[in-house]
Write a protein that binds this ligand. Structure first.
Ligand SMILES: Cc1cc2nc3c(=O)[nH]c(=O)nc-3n(C[C@H](O)[C@H](O)[C@H](O)COP(=O)(O)OP(=O)(O)OC[C@H]3O[C@@H](n4cnc5c(N)ncnc54)[C@H](O)[C@@H]3O)c2cc1C
Length: 610
């Protein structure tokens, strides 16, 4: 029966013979006393004792960790999942994401592979860098395995159902319609989700994540330890083999022996601004996902020799968030635009820097227009000099609107994300709460508003005047360069509205992402690759700590389905390894033997929580 422990294992659990075995108690049947050789037992890199022992150690309770845990358990391995967050805050981005999973039909696989190949090439990167990078093989594997996700959920008794994400009935929307393969994608029903949450699943979470967690609790012996943070891999410096992990638990360091492998599924570094500055070249970046993703396991893997990948990449950055507000850990998101009335965004120099309306044109990116305008939305990239580059982030940024906009609907509306699901944030429908607490600034004049924003009133007024002139002329001269193909994306006349009478309003906005995507290079077996090339023995990774995609973002692609795919692969692969502490003869015999057959999951049992 699966177990969830908020502070790691108590001594009582251990003595009662919990499946996570500690120290000598777990070693009786395993031959050598927990080390590969007598010499290594005394090595200074080997922990003096192992506090816990498992076969497959999974770090993180998101999709990648869930996929890894399920597959490792299905292969008969004992699985321990550790999670840095407390029980109530487990689950990372996966718990609070949109829960849409990509699972393309075989009929469009070739087109989709072509499309994704162009996506990875969009920045001018070649697709083939060798094993482990975004090679043709990697993309093909990802697409085919994403389809297998349907079969996988069916095997768990939780079939996915198709829906659409705004592209019309049953259609999925390619963000780059000019890329080859896009048309076929537009015919596909790509948004797969669970119809409903199963009884007893976590209520403050999205359906897919909650149902997967419930399945694990009911059907496996997987153990969960919360408030247990991965710190350092235990690695043989001579062979690079990973033997276990040092964690921090209750302020103390503990050693966990992983007899078969360690699977790192601890997400990205959305809430670590040092890494944001170092790798994303931004002054600050917010995420509406889980606040425990701070990237230390990525550095931990580099420390063990892992090769870095895609460190500059974030998924779907937009400017529409208010940041982490007092009383919340998760970022508060803003609605796309005001529904009516004038609406502009200004950057550091008090000027407009983006076609603000494009964000609500459902994300379609048109190359010709983008090249002319130098602006794109949703993907967070723009075409400059013919190549995709990340959009600028001219902090401080404010959105400015008027009374019509204020009254047109909730500005702080969320329907997913950490603050929404876990912290229960609900913006006020009439914006009154946010006016009262100062999240929305108010000025009877532009001058007064500018002062409240901490900006030069004359410069802000000049931007407003220019905007008003454009509205009179019926054309956004800053971003509409007259390209006829712009028509479908042009700002409709009713959104070219002048600022006239006060009061005026402003909200401080920040660049916000779903997740960072960089981390470690891994191969098709989800093994972590070393800087020198070969995989690091017994070290696996999955999820948003080394995504295969480069900077272009396609909804449902650089996301959850890939985490599940690589998590499943990692868990299954690690579980089939012979334990590193098995006697040499057994190891040799196992090396010759055929791969183990997957065990059926244990019969349905009742979940327990501690
Ligand atoms: C608001 C939002 C909407 C999204 N919508 C979609 C969508 O509809 N479809 C889609 O496919 N994708 C979507 N995504 C992206 C998707 O959520 C991610 O791609 C995916 O959830 C990442 O899964 P993961 O397992 O890699 O990481 P996570 O789910 O973030 O899990 C990482 C876990 O590791 C834990 N951890 C971190 N550090 C440590 C440590 N040192 N020790 C132990 N544990 C640690 C964290 O606490 C966390 O629980 C969305 C993301 C967001 C934020």
């Amino acid at each position: 029966m699966a177990k969830q422990m908020n502070d790691g294992l108590s001594r009582r659990d251990f003595l009662k013979g919990a499946a996570v075995v500690g120290g000598a108690a777990g070693l009786g049947a395993m031959g050598l006393p927990g080390v590969a050789s007598a010499a290594e037992a005394d090595a200074d890199w080997m922990p003096k004792k192992w506090d816990y022992t498992t076969d497959v150690l999974v770090i993180g309770t998101g999709y990648a960790g869930q996929g890894a845990a399920i597959e490792a358990a299905k292969h008969g391995a004992h699985v321990l999942v550790i999670e840095k967050a407390p029980f109530r805050e487990r689950g990372g981005n996966s718990r609070v994401c949109g829960q849409g999973l990509l699972a393309p039909s075989p009929a469009i696989h070739e087109d989709y592979i072509t499309y994704l190949t162009h996506m990875t090439e969009g920045q001018g990167f070649p697709t083939t860098h060798g094993e482990g990078f975004t090679s043709d093989d990697t993309i093909r594997f990802y697409v085919e395995q994403s389809f297998e996700t349907r079969t996988w959920f069916e095997s768990l008794g939780m079939p996915l159902k198709g829906a659409n994400n705004g592209g019309g009935p049953g259609r999925w929307m390619p963000f780059y319609p000019h890329f080859p393969g896009a048309d076929a994608i537009g015919t596909e029903d790509q948004y797969w989700t669970h119809t409903s949450k199963v009884a007893g699943a976590e209520p403050k979470a999205g359906n897919v994540w909650a149902n997967l967690e419930k399945w694990i609790l009911d059907n496996t012996d997987v153990e969960f330890m919360y408030k247990t943070a991965a710190k350092k891999l235990v690695q043989n410096p001579n062979t690079r083999e990973v033997l276990g992990l040092i964690v921090t638990q209750g302020g103390k360091e503990k050693a966990i022996k992983a007899r078969k492998g360690v699977v790192v599924c601890a997400g990205g570094w959305e809430y670590n601004w040092d890494m944001v500055r170092d790798f994303n070249h931004m002054p600050e970046l917010y995420s509406i996902g889980g606040p425990f993703n701070t990237g230390e396991t990525i550095k931990m893997c580099w420390d063990a020799g892992a090769a870095p990948r895609n460190m500059g990449v974030t998924a779907a950055p937009t400017y529409r968030c208010a940041g982490v507000m007092p009383g919340y850990k998760g970022t508060i998101q803003l609605s796309n635009t005001t529904r009516q009335g004038p609406f502009i965004m200004i950057g550091r120099n008090n000027k407009r820097f983006i076609d603000e309306f494009r964000g609500s044109v459902a994300g379609l990116q048109n190359k010709a227009i983008s090249e002319l305008e130098g602006t794109l939305t949703v993907s967070g990239q723009e075409l400059r000099d013919g190549a995709y580059v990340p959009q600028s982030n001219p902090e401080p940024i404010h959105m400015i609107f008027d009374e019509v906009g204020l009254k047109s609907g909730a500005m702080f509306s969320m329907f997913f994300g950490w603050a929404y699901y876990v912290e229960g944030f609900r913006g006020s429908a009439d914006n009154s709460a946010e006016l009262a607490n100062g999240w929305i600034l108010k000025g009877d004049t532009i001058e007064e508003l500018a002062e409240k924003m901490g900006r030069d009133p004359a410069q802000v007024q000049a931007t407003i005047d220019k905007w008003n002139e454009d509205c009179d002329a019926g054309k956004d001269t800053q971003f509409d360069h007259g390209d006829p193909t712009r028509a479908p994306y042009a700002r409709p006349a009713n959104r070219l509205q002048k600022f006239t009478d006060g009061p005026f309003y402003a909200i401080a906005c920040h660049q916000c992402t779903l997740n960072t995507q960089g981390g470690m290079v891994r191969n098709l077996k989800s093994q972590v690759m070393s800087i020198e090339g070969p995989p690091i023995p017994r070290l696996y990774a999955a999820g948003e700590n080394g995504d295969i995609f480069t900077i272009l973002y396609q909804c449902m692609s650089n996301a959850g389905s890939g985490c599940l795919v690589h998590g499943r692969v990692a868990g299954g692969e690690a579980a089939q390894l012979e334990s590193w502490d098995a006697p040499a003869a057994k190891k040799a015999a196992a090396a010759k033997a055929a791969p183990k057959k997957a065990k059926k999951p244990a019969a349905k049992k009742k979940a327990t929580r501690k």
